[in-house]
Design a protein around this ligand. Structure first.
Ligand SMILES: *Cc1c(COP(=O)(O)O)cnc(C)c1O
Length: 222
């Protein structure tokens, strides 16, 4: 079933959109099934679960941290994490810089924006992001690289609302690219789109979709 779900999604993806399989709460054998189907990018949102899965699974997997990251836990994922999707403060970015330096790595990060009309979700407003980027530039950080933006649309059946939220994120990306990252080729990612809204996200310019339940089935939180 997992293999079938993956090939079904892959067949709808333009070649320049990366599929991240969101494996949170799912057991190792499920991840191995996706791996055998060719998936190498997996997303997790809990530090301990991520480190355990990293230990247990092949080392050519790129691990994406997609949840809210506490600063005191950065050290556990700094040795291996591939991309941190949800940076929403300069303090967190500074901690990532410090921990990445210990491992002689440069960790790629995305800035998470608040685009949904729901206040439960994390993320920056545009002006906050500008402030964060100016501090980042002044600090001349060598061990983090801001590589784009991430956001989650409102959970709603109103597709026009979802589309407009994704379009907003795309416009933020374009403005930041022009004003701050024009010469940085690695500022190129727009992480948007989940199981219920990824086709719209792709139409609005997503470069990475984060898909959980459509691949692995519904999650049971117990
Ligand atoms: C859980 C999660 C996903 C995947 O959600 P599905 O609806 O299961 O595809 C994507 N992004 C983030 C940030 C998540 O926490």
């Amino acid at each position: 079933m997992i293999a079938h779900n993956i090939s079904n999604i892959q067949s709808q993806l333009p070649s320049d959109v990366l599929l991240i399989a969101v494996s949170k709460t799912k057991p190792i054998p499920d991840i191995e099934e996706a791996y055998d189907e060719g998936v190498r990018d997996f997303g997790e949102n809990k530090v301990q679960e991520l480190t355990e899965k990293h230990e247990a699974l092949p080392k050519d997997i790129s691990w994406h941290f997609i949840g809210h990251l506490q600063r005191n836990k950065v050290k556990y994922i700094a040795p291996f994490v591939s991309l941190i999707h949800a940076v929403d403060s300069f303090k967190l970015l500074s901690t990532i810089e410090k921990e990445a330096a210990k491992h002689n790595r440069t960790i790629k990060c995305l800035l998470q924006f608040h685009i949904a009309k729901e206040d439960s979700k994390f993320g920056l407003a545009y002006e906050d992001a500008v402030e964060l980027i100016e501090k980042y530039t002044d600090a001349n950080m060598q061990h983090v690289a801001i590589c784009g933006v991430m956001g989650m649309a409102t959970y709603t059946d109103n597709t026009e609302q979802v589309r407009s939220e994704f379009a907003t994120l795309r416009s933020y990306f374009d403005r930041l690219k022009k004003d701050y990252f024009e010469t940085q080729n690695n500022f190129k990612h727009i992480s948007m789109g989940m199981s219920q809204d990824f086709p719209i996200a792709i139409q609005e310019g997503s470069t990475m979709i984060r898909i959980g339940s459509t691949i692995f089935g519904e999650r049971n939180y117990s």
